[in-house]
Write a protein that binds this ligand. Sequence first.
Ligand SMILES: Cc1cc2nc3c(=O)[nH]c(=O)nc-3n(C[C@H](O)[C@H](O)[C@H](O)COP(=O)(O)O)c2cc1C
Length: 339
Amino acid sequence: MKQFEKVIIFYFSGTGNARMIASWFSACALENKLSCRIFNIASKENLYLKEIDSKSLIVFISPIHGFNYPKITSDFIRNFPKGTNQVVLMNTRAGIKVGNIIIPGLTGIAFFVSSCILKKKGYSIVGQIPFDMPSNWLSIHPALRKDSIRFIYEKNYNRMKSHFEKLYSGKTDFTSDKDMIQDLLISPIALAYYVIGRDFFAKSYYASSKCNNCNLCIRQCPVQAISIINARPFWSLKCESCMKCMNNCPLQAIETTHGLWLIIIVLASTACSFLFQDLLTNAPWIIRFLIFNLILFILLLVLYRVQHWILSNKFIAKIISLTSLTHYKFWGRYKANQK
Ligand SMILES: Cc1cc2nc3c(=O)[nH]c(=O)nc-3n(C[C@H](O)[C@H](O)[C@H](O)COP(=O)(O)O)c2cc1C
């Protein structure tokens, strides 16, 4: 590996973990008297192009969403100009502390797909490094406790230093190789998440009656997925489910609609069991799977909109909130803070 003199970091971050990794890597670079620039992929500026020279190491850092990089990161990498620089791919995954160990998350196909795209553009991949940071996926689990979060930061901070030293000493760093088998096994789920899972999560957010229409969620959304419909925030399918809005809302008014999920799954399962019993008795599993997902998707679009309209009724809004786990204090919120 060639010695680099400059580091250019591109990151996307929902709740700050990837930004934190970017700033730690940058601090290591600056300590070694290297020049370092950090660009936020969501900011849409392309000033970075003139910063890259032949001595630059390019680093991409992004969270994993559904066993792949989120669409905003994948699109950025796909549209990145051709070049011959050395590139390091990093990600932040869902780390959960159990006892004194951190249970790692899953990278899935993120590194594999991005490496292929960048190699085709002429780049040389010199590292693929995952970081198991505190999981921010509060639609499916409560926020981690403060002491667990501190423990996870500490471990990752120390790991970052050794990864930097390895790269700076001229060695490649493919820490991700040890996860290769599980990442390959999980690839069908990565595909399913991309096709339908993303929509399911995008249509799960709503603003409870605590919302005071401050519009912070709209202003901060990295993909401009939130608009005002019927005097309250409405999430479109563009949403990346990055959790920024939910975790940044000063009134904790943004919630995940678990009650609606349950209704949709029960309705889609019931419709399919009737359909497969009477009409499509001999249909292969793939057809059944596609039909189930189609019904799920239609119900999701229709019922999300219905829910949005009836939220203006105080009594119904209360029931929707009470069936959302994110409504309860013990569930908490997560936002990364600098070490
Ligand atoms: C919608 C969604 C999907 C996620 N999928 C995965 C996943 O497939 N594997 C994983 O390890 N972590 C997953 N996570 C957890 C995040 O990748 C992880 O918490 C990350 O550190 C968040 O980084 P950020 O704070 O920079 O957004 C997911 C989180 C969200 C919100």
